[in-house]
Write a protein that binds this ligand. Structure first.
Ligand SMILES: [Zn+2]
Length: 440
């Protein structure tokens, strides 16, 4: 059964746009914060090796970062790995290249030094981070990319399938649960690869884990090597200074990407540049909080939390609905389609079912293939009587009609909205209506 496109005809006059879907997992890159508040995500740690060059008398790099943050009352989000010592046999790749720390696998903090990095080998650093009020997020137990992608060349290894990804994620989750009773809520895929063999993506894996997708809107330049350490340290804070000069609100709601480890030239410019970054942010009135705290203040990308639509969508989020698209935008003006309605209401409940559908390869409806992101939610919506699919057609791209909405609300919520005379209802109007039906 071929994948059935929901858009009737491609518009060739415009640039092809990637479709975005309503999703339980939201990619958190930047949020619509009300004030000057932002977050910093530190990737690939923890790291017991000292900063390079070491100007901190041998202190572990992660501890240097934590102490620097704390001098400014700032909280970091550390996306950690578990242990990369199982990623052998391997050989070191070319220095200064993306394979600097291993030709086939990643090794943190460095090739042959796996025992000085990761949560498993650095429990005291994890305890220290938590004691400082910082957040721990998952970056995969062994930092193995979820699937193949073009930048993964030659001998580079990746996870064979969704099962491999899940085993790895559950392993790190369990380490944090068992060791610290700490439930991780955010995750970032190793090397940013989303694709998982078999028709899946990181969004499926994170939905199964109950995670949100940690991303970043501003790259802190901690990875690419430059001519000198001085140039690298400058690259950490100078672009920030320029941006703040142009627009003091440039970092409002932003997540800044940093490296808790070495760049491809085996230097750690972040150890020198973080202080300057925090000084700039503090001088401009910013508060640096964890990503979870940032989300608490402003859950969505495009709509402020204190607006009518923002408040209603947050309420739905709290009730286990999926009001946002996978890019964390609400798009309150967009017309609500049938597929989106099913996904908003049944998204979290149908995470496993979607995996089964994709694996079975069987189309649930005549106009929806098994890989359609809304297929499982649509199937459950029809089974529960909340929606109908006459003639075996679900029509996922069709706007929701007043009669369909009434049927949906009376079945799903036990309450019936007044029948309007509209032709389509927007996402924003829908949020307000549902919240009103639920009693404010
Ligand atoms: Zn990484």
């Amino acid at each position: 059964m071929p994948f059935v496109k929901k858009t009737p005809r491609p518009d060739r006059s415009r640039k092809k746009k990637e479709p975005v879907w309503i999703s339980p997992v939201r990619r958190i890159e930047r949020v619509a914060a009300a004030g000057r508040v932002c977050a910093i995500a530190f990737m690939d740690g923890p790291c017991m090796l000292p900063a390079m060059p070491d100007r901190f008398r041998g202190k572990p790099l992660t501890l240097v970062l934590a102490e620097t943050l704390e001098r400014y009352g700032a909280k970091g989000t550390f996306a950690v790995v578990g242990d990369t010592s199982g990623n052998y046999p391997d050989r070191p790749g070319r220095a200064g290249s993306p394979a600097w720390n291993g030709a086939a696998w990643d090794h943190f903090p460095d090739f042959g030094q796996d025992k000085l990095g990761g949560v498993v080998h650095c429990p005291e650093l994890v305890s220290r981070l938590l004691a400082g009020g910082h957040e721990i997020a998952s970056h995969g137990y062994a930092h193995i990319p979820f699937g193949w992608s073009p930048p993964l060349y030659g001998p580079r290894r990746y996870q064979p399938d969704l099962e491999g990804v899940m085993t790895d994620l559950r392993r790190l989750h369990k380490v944090m649960e068992d060791g610290w009773r700490y439930p991780m809520r955010l995750s970032s895929p190793p090397r940013g690869v989303d694709n998982i063999k078999g028709g899946f993506s990181s969004y499926d894996a994170y939905a199964l884990m109950g995670y949100q997708y940690l991303a970043a809107g501003f790259d802190g330049a901690g990875r690419a090597p430059m001519a000198s350490r001085e140039a690298e340290v400058g690259a950490v804070w100078q672009p920030m200074e320029r941006l703040l000069l142009e627009d003091p609100d440039a970092f409002r709601g932003q997540i800044i990407f940093q490296k808790d480890g070495f760049n491809m030239a085996r230097r750690s410019p972040i150890a020198g540049g973080l202080d300057k970054q925090l000084q700039l942010l503090t001088d401009h009135g910013y508060q640096v909080v964890t990503v979870s705290e940032l989300l608490e203040q402003a859950p969505f990308r495009d709509v402020p939390a204190d607006s009518g639509h923002g408040r209603a969508a947050r309420r739905l989020l709290g009730l286990g609905w999926c009001p946002a698209f996978q890019d964390n935008a609400l798009r309150p003006e967009a017309a609500l389609t049938r597929g989106e309605l099913a996904m908003m209401a049944f998204g979290w409940e149908t995470v496993r079912r979607r995996v089964e559908l994709v694996r079975s390869g069987r189309a649930p409806f005549r106009d929806m293939g098994p890989r359609d992101p809304y297929a499982a939610a649509a199937a459950l919506a029809v089974e529960t009587g909340a929606m109908a699919a006459p003639g075996g057609r679900f029509r996922p791209g069709a706007p929701v009609s007043p009669v369909e909405l009434a049927q949906f609300c009376s079945t799903r919520l036990g309450r019936t909205p007044p029948l309007g005379g509209w032709e389509s209802i927007s996402h924003g109007e829908f949020f307000l209506l549902i919240v009103e039906l639920l009693g404010g």
